[in-house]
Structures are given as structure tokens and as C-alpha cells.
Design a protein around this ligand. Structure first.
Ligand SMILES: C[S@@+](CC[C@H](N)C(=O)[O-])C[C@H]1O[C@@H](n2cnc3c(N)ncnc32)[C@H](O)[C@@H]1O
Length: 421
């Protein structure tokens, strides 16, 4: 039975007629989405405050901006600065452009402790604060961070510095695009902080952009302008590392030049994880739905299929003029297959050319299903609207990749330590 639900007030209807009547009401219903978002936001702030208060009381952290404390209670959590009473043997990292925290979560699982996380997006920062309550989160452009206190104190500096300027989907303007400048800003940060190791994550397109000239420029003219680091990079095909997803990302690593390059990229595994493996016992959660006009076609497509499985008339009806254009267009009306890894999880689950419909149910993957494909734990909570949550998940480095890289980084840092570096 199809259920119609009002996007504004959330009320649901079994009959289309009742639903249409509701939409055409004289006095339009209240838009509760904004209200819900505000309620959730306040609840998240309260939870983070509670967790921080607990850590302060245990003596695990100290809040540095005293103006944010009144009557021994934390009054505001935005841009709170804190000192973590770290075990001195633990390695630390700073991550800029942290998004919802896929990479940082993986690095933490390897035992590397975050000193500072950052993102320009409000919801991502809320997610970071909620899941890492004892870590300082700088909300705003990383170009505005005061790095002076971290000079020579940071083991690993990393960042998912925005990739839109190089992505295949973008206009391929590379460093001419304003966002491309952020790589230059990140390079300046490396030269100020001088971490033992730095790591950048970016899209595959960076390798081939401008016939390979862009990556050369990024490495030689930006990241290594002062000739301080030995740099290597690798295209990581996540599916070869136990992630149930065909995601590919470039990882660039720089190790201080005074020492020989001693980082080994993680070893690949033979075991390919499928959607069936990933979604076993996945908890129920919120998710997007397809509009009725799309559902009608999805109902006719088998797992692993796409528009090609419709009959010719329906193909023409759905694709319109696109039917006559070239290319396989296999992302159109694409249904996932239980026995294969998932296609790359994207920021928006129901885009026309890049659908990833659940194998059996005619809907996009839910939040928890998408998070499982990105190897987040089920108790990792994402903040913000449904779209904001999908976006943080779609942007993330799979947690498992972060952990595998983290394990290798720890080995490198230990070897630097053994050499008294
Ligand atoms: C690819 S995502 C990072 C994903 C992250 N590494 C993870 O594993 O979850 C890039 C992030 O950069 C953020 N961003 C873009 N420009 C920024 C800036 N100037 N300063 C800080 N964050 C920025 C975006 O909001 C986005 O969350």
C-alpha cells in the first residue's frame, strides 16, 4: 500500500485524493522541518555540553576560554578551546575539512588522538562535537585557524581539502577554481606547523586533471614548496581493503625529509565485502523516498539492473531525449545487487543519473545503511536534516580506510620515535 506523506507537516495519507486535498488547503499546514531541526540542534548542544561537563569534572580536559563557563557550567560550546590531558606517548593529529568525521574516526580507532577537528559546515561540526566531545572543533574556514600553538607539536596534519575543483563532475578548472586555492592554504599550514607527517585525501580526478600537471603542481609547487617533505601518493580502491563499496580516493602522504620515507600504504585483502555482508542486521533508520513517478519504473527493475531492464516504450518515456544520446547511462534507475559491493555512496541519495536503489525495496538506502557501507559504527550519530546527514556520509573517507591508514601511520611515528625524532 502506497503512503502519501506531506513534506511540510509530516502527516501521512493512505488515499491520494485525501493527500491532494491536504496540499490544496486554504490555510497551508505548518512547516515542521525547521522546527524539528531546531529541536534536534538544541538537544545535540545539550548532549555535547553534558559530555564535556563530565570530562571537565573527571579532569580529562580543561576549558581554556573561561568566558564560556559560568557557575561552573559550560554556557556555549561553539569554538570552545580545550586542553586534553593526554597520555604523552599517544600520537596526535589535526584534521581540517573533517566533514562528518569518517577519517578522524578511523584514525582514532588506530589510537591517534585528535588535537583539533574543523569544518566550515555547521552540521558537520555538530556531528564532530557529539561524537568526539573531548576534542576541540573549530567551526569555520580552516584558513582562519590560529596555528601558532601547534607549531612542532603535531604528529600528523591531515585534511579532506575540498575536491570539487578536480572532480570529474565539476568543470575541471583545478587550481584556477577558488576552492582549488585551499590546497595552497593547506600547504602554507604545513609549512607553519611542520607536522612529522601530513596526509591529504582527494578524488581520483586529481591524478588525471590537466594531463597529470595538476598533481605535479600540487606536490612540487605547493605541498613541497620548501622542500621539507618526501611525498608519495596512491589511488586507494576501497573495495580492495574490506570496504563494501567501489569508492576510489587518492591519498597523498608527506614525511619530514630529514628522515627516510618510512610509510607503507596498507596491504590489500582478497576478501570482497558485499552489500549483503554490510547490511546484515542493520538498525532501522530514516531515509529518503522516491517520488511516485520514479517508483513506477523501479518496481520493474531487478536487483543489479537499471533502465535497460524496462521495455523500450518505458525506456523512451523515462529517458526522454536522453534515450537517443550515447553512453551506457548505467547509473539511471540503478538498483543495487546483494552479492556485489555497493557503488560509491554519494552526498545525495536520489540524484537522477546516479541512483542507488535498495536491492529489494524500491527506495534509496537509509542513513544507517549508507553509514554501514561507509563502515561507520551503528552508534555514530550524524546531525542536521536528512539531506545534511546523507551529505556527511557521502563525503566521508570510509572509517575502515582511516583505520588502516592510521595503523600504518602509527608504525611510521613509532619508528620516528625510536630514532629519537
Ligand atoms: C570530502 S569532505 C571531508 C570528509 C572527511 N574527510 C570525512 O572523512 O568524513 C570535505 C569537507 O570540507 C569542508 N570544507 C570546505 N571548505 C572548507 C574550508 N575552507 N574550511 C573548512 N572546511 C571546509 C566541507 O564542508 C566538507 O565537509
Amino acid at each position: 500500500m502506497v503512503n502519501y506523506s506531506c513534506e511540510k507537516c509530516g502527516k501521512s495519507f493512505k488515499q491520494k485524493g485525501h493527500y491532494m486535498k491536504h496540499l490544496q488547503r486554504k490555510n497551508p499546514c505548518d512547516n515542521i522541518n525547521d522546527k524539528i531541526e531546531k529541536i534536534v540542534e538544541n538537544k545535540v548542544d545539550e548532549l555535547v555540553k553534558e559530555k564535556l561537563q563530565d570530562l571537565v569534572e573527571k579532569g580529562d580536559i580543561e576549558i581554556k576560554n573561561k568566558n564560556l563557563i559560568s557557575n561552573n557550567q559550560i554556557s556555549n560550546i561553539e569554538n570552545i578551546e580545550m586542553e586534553t590531558n593526554n597520555n604523552k606517548n599517544v600520537f596526535n593529529f589535526i584534521e581540517v575539512c573533517s566533514g562528518g568525521g569518517g577519517l578522524s574516526c578511523g584514525l582514532e580507532k588506530s589510537g591517534i588522538k585528535p588535537l583539533l577537528l574543523n569544518d566550515i559546515d555547521k552540521n558537520s561540526c555538530k556531528t564532530l562535537r557529539l561524537n568526539h566531545p573531548d576534542v576541540e572543533v573549530f567551526e569555520g574556514s580552516f584558513t582562519k585557524i590560529d596555528y601558532s600553538k601547534y607549531i612542532n607539536k603535531c604528529d600528523l596534519l591531515c585534511g579532506g581539502v575540498p575536491c570539487q575543483s578536480f572532480s570529474y563532475a565539476g568543470k575541471q578548472k583545478g587550481l584556477d577554481d577558488k576552492r582549488g586555492d585551499l590546497i595552497i592554504k593547506f600547504s602554507e599550514m604545513i609549512n607553519i606547523i611542520k607536522p612529522k607527517i601530513f596526509m591529504i585525501e582527494n578524488v581520483k580526478g586529481l591524478l588525471t586533471h590537466n594531463k597529470g600537471e595538476t598533481i605535479k603542481y600540487v606536490i612540487n609547487e605547493c605541498l613541497n614548496k620548501n622542500n621539507l617533505y618526501n611525498i608519495e601518493y596512491k589511488l586507494i580502491k576501497c573495495v580492495n581493503y574490506g570496504v563494501p563499496q567501489k569508492r576510489e580516493r587518492v591519498i597523498i602522504i608527506g614525511v619530514k625529509k630529514d628522515y627516510k620515507f618510512n610509510f607503507n600504504f596498507p596491504k590489500e585483502t582478497d576478501k570482497i565485502m558485499t552489500i549483503k555482508d554490510a547490511l546484515k542486521d542493520v538498525p532501522k533508520s530514516m531515509g529518503a523516498i522516491y517520488p511516485e513517478k520514479k517508483l513506477k519504473y523501479f518496481k520493474k527493475i531487478p536487483p543489479g539492473g537499471c533502465w535497460i531492464n524496462l521495455d523500450t516504450e518505458e525506456q523512451k518515456e523515462y529517458l526522454g531525449a536522453g534515450y537517443y544520446s550515447g553512453g551506457g547511462k548505467r547509473g539511471l534507475l540503478r538498483k543495487l545487487s546483494w552479492n556485489e559491493p555497493c557503488l560509491t555512496i554519494l552526498c545525495s541519495p536520489a540524484q537522477k543519473n546516479t541512483e542507488r536503489c535498495h536491492p529489494d525495496e524500491n527506495r534509496p538506502l537509509t542513513i544507517r545503511e549508507s553509514a554501514r557501507i561507509q563502515t561507520f559504527d551503528d552508534d555514530y550519530i550524524f546531525c542536521g536534516s536528512l539531506n545534511a546527514q546523507y551529505s556527511q556520509i557521502g563525503n566521508a573517507v570510509p572509517v575502515l580506510i582511516g583505520k588502516l591508514l592510521g595503523d600504518e601511520l602509527v608504525k611510521s611515528l613509532i619508528s620516528l620515535k625510536l630514532n629519537n625524532i
